[in-house]
Design a binder for this molecule. Structure first.
Ligand code: ZN
Length: 204
């Protein structure tokens, strides 16, 4: 469990990254930290990319329907313009932002703001996703959260796409993606490449 650093007498900012696969609880963890900051009477502002319209235009909503009000923005640069008079900035679905997000996060942290970034660390191909690798390198604190592999029950850190769509950004729910462990993820990728249809865990 992440415990916030005691910054009561320090005017310094920092970057936290919460990352993992689909259904790993990233957004729940982001919301948990933001709620605690609110309880501590800190001024909190939350942003998410406008591309993520799955549930609500205005709220960050996790898969278990926990929600917290947020501001949708179409580019990372807008966060700098809109984040004013705040102590904590939360950014959800960070993988969908442009690379400018790294500069934005650094600028905010250098201003003394606590920046909490949540996002998918890898896309459905198992490749680092958007600005996440840079943010992971720049962050003071990194938390990788894990889902449960839907094939074998191990810890999962990959998002396996169940449909044949090839674009990197395909938003979806259980019917589109499932979390998988390394073994089952790459087994699935190999099966796809060889034209196979399903994965039998007992034969892995
Ligand atoms: Zn597995």
């Amino acid at each position: 469990m992440f415990i916030e650093v005691n910054s009561a007498n320090r005017k310094t900012g920092w970057i936290e990254v919460v990352c993992g696969s689909m259904f790993s609880g990233k957004t729940e963890e982001l919301i948990r930290r933001l709620r605690r900051a609110q309880i501590a009477n800190q001024r909190v502002q939350i942003f998410k990319p406008t591309i993520d319209r799955r549930y609500s235009e205005e709220d960050i909503v996790s898969h278990n329907r926990n929600s917290i009000p947020s501001t949708p923005v179409s580019s990372a640069e807008q966060i700098l313009l809109l984040a004013s008079n705040v102590e904590v900035v939360g950014i959800d679905e960070a993988q969908f932002f442009d690379m400018e997000l790294t500069t934005v996060a650094r600028t905010l942290a250098n201003r003394g703001i606590r920046v909490i970034v949540a996002g998918l660390d890898m896309d459905f191909r198992g490749q680092p996703f958007g600005p996440m690798p840079q943010l992971l390198a720049m962050a003071e604190f990194v938390t990788k959260v894990h889902a449960i592999c839907q094939v074998c029950g191990s810890l999962a850190n990959y998002s396996y796409r169940l449909t044949a769509e090839k674009g990197t950004v395909v938003l979806g729910e259980q019917e589109t993606y499932e979390p998988r462990c390394r073994k089952c993820f790459f087994h699935g990728i190999e099966e796809e490449a060889s034209g196979g249809e399903s994965v039998d865990a007992s034969k892995i």
